[in-house]
Design a protein around this ligand. Sequence first.
Ligand code: MG
Ligand code: MG
Length: 260
Amino acid sequence: MINLKTDEEITLMRESNNLVGKTLGELARWVAPGITTLRLDHIAEEFIRDNGGIPGFKGYGGFPFTLCISVNENIVHGFPSSYVLRDGDIVSIDCGAIVAGYNGDSAYTFPVGNVAPEVMALLKTTKESLYQGIEKAVAGNRIGDISNAVQTYCEARGYSVVREFIGHGIGRKLHEDPEVPNYGRRGCGPLLKKGMCIAIEPMINLGSRNVVVEKDGWTARTRDRKPSAHYEHTVAITDSSAEILSSFEYIEQVLGENSI
Ligand code: MG
Ligand code: MG
């Protein structure tokens, strides 16, 4: 069942997603060679709580941390750990926060120091594909229009699209209907209606699309161990262009000229 949100609910979704955006902006100050991913998790949890939110992922389905942190060949759902970020890594940070009972959800893949040009190109294309999807997130279109836009944009540039993990409806629950795959056919799937809130989140691989889940039961990585990128926005469907409820602006203020 797809939940349509009232204007009042969307106001609350704006708050939780804005807090997620600010948290990612705070993390952008810290992402650098030498920091552990567990330290990033602590910074995020403190920041969310200091700003009146609750970490949205901690305890969700048994997930033990505030952030999903997925380095290099890890795609999504990685555990923060004692791993020390190194020059040339990429680090995908997925963050969720709850404010007044509503969930925010957004992810960004950061380059750490000097990253190989072919990997920077993967990040750029993945981020661009998110906005290609958002362009199709308009009342009257269907989910497949979003899915197809992401898929064709990435595959035309030689990248592969992860199938096992997808975007989702979002609201009082982190994961609601509908499913939002990053692959599919135009004109197929549920109809988009004003008041729907969805998280669009392309996960795009430099090599093949095949995925392995590690023994921890969470961390998903590429089978060929080539890098993978992940960008995510939560958006509200309106009668015109989608309203992006989350924000990369706080990140981009910090990264300046080094933004993807
Ligand atoms: Mg997320
Ligand atoms: Mg999500």
